[in-house]
Design a protein around this ligand. Structure first.
Ligand code: NAP
Ligand code: MG
Length: 494
């Protein structure tokens, strides 16, 4: 990788070759109206935190402070859980499912109407490319509300018994990599099933959840049905520990997931955990190789690799390893890193300096452990947090970069000779969230899917999400399923 260029152009591009330069194509940020400070969303209103404390949230691409956000403490958790419990008992629980559905359909439609605003805000606060927030995060968030709206009046047909009942108040904690989408994954099934919610967004990406709260007001959702408490880890810990919470849904790191599981032991609270991953993306010699290269790129560089199900371990059959890695490098050279608001950007900013440090540390360990590190010539912007797309070859299964979740744009390439070896290597991980298989043989896809220990197995594609399809892990990737009919199970007592 080259060093910082003198002129610091924002976009990267391939070195050499005749390629047209891209003109800047920035999405306007005028559609977003940021307030200097935000309160907590409790009982249908934005209120000041009892502590009076606010903290900044920054744009990781520029290091600019976007706004100050309220830090919720124990008293605020108390208020929010009480409001949610009241709303569940008096309004939302007794409401016929067909009426709840109308609210959810309305929320879905307003999310669509305000999709550009949501996409720009998400990109500002998170650093992800506008192409992704616009084409993936926001449409999928709307799709989750649409999908679960359809279930709200059909719960007795969900296969969970003739008269399933809501659990009560759900305490929901989400991470920073897909802030709005994870909020939708949590809220939509909980609400469809008649529960009320207290949602804790991540400290570094609270703004889209607060805009969603405005959308809920606009949809005239009854007060208290959804509450949003911003804050850091302590706020999340107070929320999940509150005795008024009947069900905890957590997406985040395996470490925090474990601490929540032990905090909840013996309380009788229901728990689902969506944690980390170290997915294998397995490419056989008979695969359509150019298509596989696109899938490898999408698998690890989508959302800067901040994806729990990212295909961070490429397992490629030895006979085609050379050509696949060559084609991959050629393709990665064309990726454009830079201004996330530019519609031509492929790789945006790393969400926080802490995450950047973690990625650097793990990538450096790969080099120290003897793997070969490669990045394309890539101009890194002067300000903000950035990491170039990186491919490690010559990786052995014992190295940290083959075992630990890097959660960044770093791919580890390993090889295999036989399908049995591919399975053994793919399953040689403490995680079990997702996997990919690339082959032209249907029988091999089925055999692999049967033997891979992963909650989701994609065949000849990767990182495909659909609200109708269950998603979740095994082992240290957590338990419980989100999405589909299965996603209702976590929110209903049969
Ligand atoms: P994290 O530190 O575990 O944070 C996740 C959320 O939990 C944040 O809202 C965080 O607040 C909060 N939190 C922190 N400590 C807590 C505690 N003791 N009790 C309750 N809540 C607490 O994870 P992250 O670094 O933000 O996210 C990256 C990780 O999430 C990766 O490992 C990734 O694989 C995983 N992930 C998994 C999925 C999935 O579906 N399986 C999806 C996305 C991400 P603060 O942000 O304020 O610290
Ligand atoms: Mg931010």
């Amino acid at each position: 990788m080259s060093g910082r260029p003198e002129s610091a152009p924002v976009a990267s591009g391939a070195a050499g070759g005749k390629r047209f330069a891209y003109a800047p194509a920035p999405e306007s940020r005028a559609v977003v109206r940021l307030r200097p400070t935000y309160g907590l969303f409790v009982d249908g209103e934005f209120v000041e935190p009892s502590s009076g404390v606010h903290f900044p949230t920054v744009n990781p691409a520029t290091e600019e402070t976007l706004a100050h956000v309220a830090e919720a403490g124990a008293a605020d958790v108390e208020r929010a859980v009480a409001a949610a419990a009241r709303a569940q008992r008096d309004v939302w629980g007794p409401m016929p499912g067909s009426e709840r559905a109308k609210y959810l359909f309305r929320v879905a439609r307003i999310v669509q109407e305000r999709s550009r605003e949501l996409a720009v805000l998400e990109t500002l606060d998170n650093g992800k490319p506008i192409r992704e927030s616009r084409d993936v995060d926001v449409p999928l968030a709307a799709a989750h509300f649409f999908y679960y709206a359809g279930w709200a009046d059909k719960l007795e047909y969900a296969g969970l018994g003739p008269a399933p009942r809501p659990l009560g108040v759900a305490g929901q904690v989400v991470p920073w990599n897909f802030p709005l989408l994870m909020a939708a994954w949590k809220l939509a099934p909980a609400l469809a099933a008649g529960n009320t919610c207290v949602l804790k967004p991540a400290e570094t990406t609270p703004l889209s959840a607060l805009l969603l709260a405005e959308i809920l007001q606009q949809a005239e959702l009854p007060p208290g049905v959804v509450n949003v408490l911003t804050g850091a880890g302590a706020t999340g810990a107070a929320l999940v520990a509150h005795p008024g919470v009947a069900k905890v849904a957590f997406t985040g790191s395996t470490g925090v997931g474990k601490s929540i599981q032990s905090a909840l032991a013996g309380t009788g609270k229901r728990l689902t955990l969506e944690l980390g991953g170290k997915a294998a993306n397995v490419v056989f010699e008979d695969a359509p190789l150019s298509q596989a290269v696109e899938g490898i790129v999408n698998g690890i560089f989508f959302n800067q690799g901040h994806v729990c199900c990212a295909g961070s371990r490429l397992l490629v059959q030895e006979s085609v390893a050379g050509p696949v890695v060559e084609a991959l490098q050629r393709r990665v050279e064309t990726l454009r890193l830079g201004d996330p608001l530019d519609k031509n950007t492929d790789l945006g900013a790393i969400n926080s300096p802490q995450q950047l440090e973690r990625i650097r540390e793990l990538a450096d360990s790969g080099e120290r452990d003897g793997a070969t590190r490669w990045s394309p010539a890539c101009a890194i912007p002067e300000r903000g947090y950035w990491f170039p797309p990186t491919v490690f070859t010559g990786v052995s299964p014992a190295q940290r970069i083959a075992r630990e979740e890097i959660f960044g744009p770093v791919l580890s390439v390993l090889t295999f000779r036989t399908p049995e070896e591919a399975v053994a290597k793919a399953n040689n991980t403490t995680y079990g969230l997702s996997a990919g298989v690339w082959t032209e043989k249907g029988s091999r896809i089925l055999w692999m899917a049967k033997h891979l220990r992963a909650g989701v197995v994609w065949a000849n594609t990767f990182n495909r999400f659909d609200p109708t399809s269950p998603f979740g892990g095994y082992r240290e990737s957590g338990f419980g399923r989100e999405g589909g009919r299965h996603g209702l199970e976590a929110y209903l007592d049969a």
